[in-house]
Design a protein around this ligand. Structure first.
Ligand SMILES: [Zn+2]
Length: 385
């Protein structure tokens, strides 16, 4: 009976407590291996070695450097995915030394997202300690490509490779007590305008790349946006020109469009594309490159994995908050697969070199992960999602 496979809360809390130090130790070791987005091979190798030592079956690394391992469940026809992204926003030359001061662990990327990678890696051994065989297979991954312009390409490939995926839990180190179930989708475009250039007086009247790009941005800014679903447009970068008395030969803008609704995002994107396709003056060329594409989506809060994760957090004494965000859960959510993103501990200074996490909340955070994973596996096995 799959539903009998979920362990009692007190047992899980006791076991989770014994994993705090191993998780901190592994977080420290992995954090010190550089893993900037799109250059994750070194850390992937370290994660692969850990998963092999921790006794996972079928440890694999794909060509993107996503590492996965499998915990065999009672029923292997379906699986649950636990994902912690291994990439960070820090370039390879940043000092990644991790230090511990009492209950606080300091270091770039410790919370976003190495503590998640370490915790997800420990799930297999902790379930064995508890004598639990999950109701369906649990696949754990340290995946690439979550930050910056990584475009969730790691999670996309991991989900593509799991046709029998019944649910997914992405894990982020900070924000314990929060459940993300709405996926903010985004589309990012780089618009490059090229013109003839020339002297601003001698060749006055020739078309300027800056003037043309400014007209484009003004038109884009006039596109009406909806509040519900929330939809946004931003021209975040605007560069161009070479001197005050030169007609600008080049100008570049990078645009960001977002929405929680796939339909609203598609509508906004087509409006933007319509403006960008408008005729330009003679001598002006407009080039558009897609530099980011993350799918939007929303699953009902009263179904799927949200009620499972909510009851676990409440039993552990948390007030639950629900989030809308862009995480690795975007990929399964956009495909209609039950998915959420949960946290593990508290901390601060995310995406800064002085990032830190608090160590003691990890006991409950890891207990939450174990309980949410086993109960989600039960729910997948019994078709309750
Ligand atoms: Zn993250």
């Amino acid at each position: 009976m799959p539903s009998t496979q979920s362990p009692p809360l007190s047992d899980v809390l006791n076991v989770a407590e014994t994993y705090v130090e191993p998780i901190v130790e592994l977080t420290t070791r992995l954090s010190e291996v550089p893993a900037p987005t799109n250059d994750e091979a070194l850390r992937a190798a370290a994660v692969r070695e850990e998963l092999e030592q921790l006794g996972y079956e079928d440890v694999t690394e794909d060509e993107l450097h996503n590492v996965t391992g499998r915990i065999a469940g009672t029923d292997s026809s379906l699986c649950l995915l636990l994902a912690g992204h291994i990439d960070t926003v820090f370039p390879s030359d940043v000092n990644l030394t991790v230090t511990r001061e009492g209950d606080v662990l300091h270091g770039p990327g410790v919370g976003d997202n190495t503590v998640s990678v370490a915790s997800v890696a420990m799930v297999g051994r902790a379930l064995r300690d508890l004598g639990i065989v999950p109701a369906v297979d649990i696949v754990v991954t340290g995946n690439v490509g979550e930050e910056g312009l990584g475009d969730l390409r790691g999670m996309r490939a991991v989900v593509d490779a799991l046709p029998n995926l019944g649910g997914a839990i992405a894990v982020e180190g900070h924000s314990l007590g929060r459940i993300t179930h709405r996926a903010v989708g985004s589309r990012r475009l780089r618009v490059t305008v090229i013109g003839p250039g020339g002297h601003s007086w001698g060749q006055a009247g020739l078309p300027s790349a800056i003037h043309h790009l400014a007209r484009i941005v003004a038109r884009l800014d006039a596109i009406p946006l909806t509040d519900d679903p929330k939809t946004s447009f931003n021209a975040g970068i605007f560069q161009g020109g070479i001197s005050v008395n030169t007609i600008a030969p080049e100008a570049v803008a990078v645009l960001d469009m977002r929405s929680t609704s796939a339909k609203a995002l598609a509508g906004l994107v087509s409006e933007v594309e319509r403006v960008l396709a408008m005729p330009a003056p003679d001598g002006i060329d407009v080039d558009v490159d897609v530099v980011g594409d993350r799918p939007a989506g929303e699953l009902p809060a009263d179904r799927g994995l949200v009620p499972v994760a909510t009851s676990v957090l409440r039993e552990l004494g948390f007030d639950v908050a629900y989030d809308t965000s862009s995480t690795d859960a975007n990929i399964p959510i956009s495909r209609g697969i039950p998915a959420i993103c949960i946290g593990l501990t508290t901390g601060g200074n995310v995406h800064r070199v002085d990032e830190y996490i608090n160590i003691s909340p990890l006991a409950k955070g890891f207990a939450q992960l174990l309980l949410t994973a086993t109960r989600s596996a039960d729910a997948i096995a019994t078709g309750q999602l």
